[in-house]
Ligand binder design. Sequence first.
Ligand code: ZN
Ligand code: ZN
Length: 348
Amino acid sequence: MNRRLLYTVFLAFICTAFLAAQETTQESSDSQSQNEGVFVSAKKIKDSLYYLTYKNTNAVAFLGRDYTILIDGFDAKAAPKALTTAGRLSLNPVRFLINTHHHKDHTGGNGFYSQSGVTVLCNQQVYNNIWADVNASELQDLKSQRAELSNAMKSAGKSEKGKELATKYNTLSEQNIDRALSYSAMTFFDNFSMNLVNETIDFKNATGAHTSLDVYAYFQNNNVLATGDLFFNGKYPFIDEDFKGSIEGYLKALNQLIALCNNDTVIVPGHGPLASKSDLESYKRMLEYTQKGVQMDYLLGKSLEEVLANKSITANFDAQGYGNGYVKTSEYVRMLYRAAEKRYPRRK
Ligand SMILES: [Zn+2]
Ligand SMILES: [Zn+2]
């Protein structure tokens, strides 16, 4: 084969590869991909913005001029499929993954992304929460060791033995928070922005809402808002009380989100279909209505069982399917009842 022919063959190969890549892009722009029972779909929101869905959980892919950015990456099982799907949306590589919060359905794939050359970015609090969640039994072990030492310190008093125990106790306390994950992640503490060609993405925090810290992202030019789990569209929200989430914080977060929107904003919730500002507003009204209903019953002296039996509080929303999601109606009402108890403790 002479040089010229070789060159022509090479060119032809490049063109075919390019066309194939383009085709795949077209195909996956609105289709489902299959891999050992894992389905990740990619749907277009705007020219450079897609949302990926796996089992009713959403992630967002922004196709920048130079690289693709993912907001959330699903669990470990779906991550490989999600990365391939996002990679096929453009000719650029996926370079950054930003976590909205620590739950595994959003961060379980972090290790895979990190190993695949994607830089994982998360808030320091989210990072600590991931560690605490992944290593729950280890953390429990540290806590019980600490409790034992604390008792021993009391009996040893101010003696040398007591001091020695106190040092050990402090080390254990630090270990509780300063643990490393098995993959690299860059952490940030505050709101921040990514200033890209043709787009600015603002990342902001909400505290004590769905978890102790949730991050949401607003794409200024595209006017798209990715809420993470600060919005379970059409379902009662899960509020992680073990990780300092609360209904009061959740409502505050919804106000923050609503303030960012206008009537054209496209909202990608953590779970459920795409939404508009008015959907978000009616979601907030649903939360307020049910919260006030449960609180009122509680203040009238009703027991949890009595409130659970009072179906009128949630009937309207149950009929719309709000209780057929992650959180059943009774669990949601229990959470609201606990919140009321916390807010207005009964005298014993
Ligand atoms: Zn969550
Ligand atoms: Zn979730």
